[in-house]
Write a protein that binds this ligand. Sequence first.
Ligand code: CAA
Length: 241
Amino acid sequence: MTARVALVTGGTSGIGAATSEALQAAGYRVAANYRSDRAGADDFARRTGIPAFAWDVSDMETCRNGVRQVEEALGPIDVLVNNAGITHDAMLHKMSAEQWREVLDVDLGGCFFMCRAVIEGMRERRFGRIVNVGSVNGLTGQFGQTNYAAAKAGLLGFSRSLALEGAARNVTVNVVSPGYTDTAMVRAVAPDALAEILRTVPVGRLGRPAEVARCIVFLAADDAGFITGTTLRVDGGKGMG
Ligand code: CAA
């Protein structure tokens, strides 16, 4: 059998880059999506040999076109990892409608648009693995993240519902829920706020992108077909209880 094709959104940096590389190491033909950091994506593509494709996941049409481009280059998409995400942290009484909308559009809307673009093909071919990247903050809530926590909690209901719809067609849908991981997104948090948060992580450190990636690869596997609608936490124990 030829190697399966995997697409990772936000796949050229952070957890997404680690996932693209881990899937490649596991024998997948991988495409990495990114939105705007062309130089970073070019570096990533040169270093790994993984082709990078630019589009904004918060729009139905750009997702359709992006998926078409990837499928023309690599073939039908078997594995979709919805990893692209942004934050605009602010207490609710200071949050603008734009901060709310952008985070919901990318972090939750992006998952819908991407799944919508691949789901018919997966159903027809009777194979699909969709892994959505959630967050511990979607489970516990987080000061300053009503927008982000709402989007990430929304992914859980979305994923369970799509898991029900895909089950009879061998299309599984699961969530990997990272905790505070050593990426640019977390490094942007004010150091004193981050130190406070780290005190609530039983393992006592930031996660590593590769520690999240290995769980995504696990759920993407052909022989993970009996696992659907679940959430796998990779958060150093922060989200338990
Ligand atoms: N719980 C309770 N009170 C808190 C608090 C907390 N966690 N954090 C701050 N406060 C209090 C402060 O002590 C302060 O009180 P006083 O007014 O009495 O002094 C008040 O709330 C206002 O706090 P700030 O000065 O921090 O408010 P701000 O408006 O300047 O900043 C914020 C707000 C940007 C949200 C900032 O608190 C912050 O950056 N928090 C961390 C947010 C965070 O963890 N984001 C995660 C990003 S990474 C990610 O999202 C990846 C992932 O999936 C894990």
